[in-house]
Design a protein around this ligand. Structure first.
Ligand code: MRU
Length: 349
């Protein structure tokens, strides 16, 4: 098999503006949309043109660059206030992925020291965040793959790949590295209702790299595990609390419960920018509820009985005690606890 290093880019800075691959249209169409200001960028995040915690963070960073350009053109002496207003719009785009807030904070921290036009300095930082995310994913990939034995059969959920990050992917980064190291014999992906990130994005992304994938309905995972066909569940995260509780796509918690019952290992791959040390435990992570319509319809075609309502929380929280290992770019934490997560943060680089 060829070396696996996905070239897929969810977000691309193009000379003077941001391009986002419209993930709502994948896999049937590959269309990039052009964004020139921060409110447009925030709307693209809310509407799921781009999704996945690290990719949302990268996108928000470029959104701040666009905000700064407009603000400086209009108010060269008071650009910071105008940018802060746009940053508040970006921050509200989606509530659960902490990478969004982390990216805004990282760029905001530079404001005080900027003299003159801020655009070039902020763009350099946004590009650095983007490039570092790819490098971190590759590093996590090799750490995570180190946990896999030969002939490993893995199950992933949602899309935690190149499309959800700066590039390469977190959970799919581990899978890419595991396949490169010839350790993975089978990849299963949950279809991931209701947005079908697994069926539409993960399957497409893996096939682009020549990695065979078998899809299953989310509710089939228990049967698969009961038949002894899975060795590791590997997922990403939108936010990890200080104690190691993990918020990720709805359905992740049920996989973790099932994995523990069946003696299957459970790995979370996420960069440190996904760890929110200000949130003590998972109960305090805000969980996004999206429109009932996403459950009641499929591709805007109503499938549910007229008159039925729906509940659509799009993330859930897996308690740390069900996680065997959290893999970050700084190292792995096995059986995470508050003390172990703090030790990771404080470990010298
Ligand atoms: O609603 P989404 O598609 O943004 O949810 C994405 C996920 O839940 C991913 O698993 C998570 O962001 C990790 S991405 C590396």
């Amino acid at each position: 098999m060829n070396p696996i290093n996905s070239k897929l880019q969810a977000a691309v800075w193009q000379d003077d503006h941001l391009q986002l691959l419209d993930q709502r249209l994948l896999p049937s169409e590959q269309v990039y949309i052009d964004l020139y200001d921060a409110p447009q960028t925030a709307l693209a995040i809310t509407d799921m043109v781009v999704r996945g915690a690290p990719a949302i963070g990268v996108t928000a960073a470029y959104g701040v660059v666009l905000a700064a350009r407009h603000a400086y053109a209009k108010h060269p002496d008071a650009w910071r206030d105008a940018v802060q207003a746009d940053m508040a719009i970006l921050a509200a785009a989606r509530p659960t992925a902490i990478n969004l807030h982390w990216a805004l904070q990282t760029l905001g921290d530079l404001f005080a020291d900027i003299d003159g036009n801020p655009e070039a300095i902020l763009l350099a930082k946004a590009k650095q965040i983007h490039e570092k995310d790819i490098a971190d994913n590759q590093h996590m990939g090799s750490i995570g793959a180190g946990y896999l034995a030969e002939n490993c059969r893995v199950l992933t959920h949602c899309n935690a790949g190149a499309l959800a990050t700066g590039g390469y992917g977190t959970a799919l980064g581990v899978i890419r590295s595991g396949v490169s190291a010839d350790k993975i014999s089978k990849v299963y992906a949950d279809e991931t209702r209701p947005w079908l990130q697994g069926a539409r994005l993960t399957a497409w992304e893996l096939l682009q790299d020549g990695i065979p994938v078998t899809l299953l309905a989310d509710s089939a995972a228990a049967r698969l595990m009961q038949q002894g066909k899975i060795d590791w569940v590997i997922v990403g995260s939108d936010r990890i609390a200080a104690n190691g509780d993990v918020a990720n796509k709805i359905g992740t918690y049920s996989l973790a419960v099932l994995a523990r019952y069946h003696g299957i290992k459970f790995m979370v791959a996420a960069p440190l920018s996904t760890v929110d040390y200000n949130v003590a435990r998972g109960d305090d992570i805000p969980i996004e509820d999206r429109a009932a319509e996403e459950v009641l319809s499929v591709f805007e075609q109503r499938v549910a009985a007229q008159g039925a309502d729906a509940w659509n929380p799009v993330f859930d929280v897996t308690p740390a005690e069900l996680v065997d290992v959290i893999v970050t770019e700084k190292g792995a934490v096995e059986n995470p606890t508050t003390a172990k997560m703090a030790a990771l943060r404080d470990k010298p680089v």
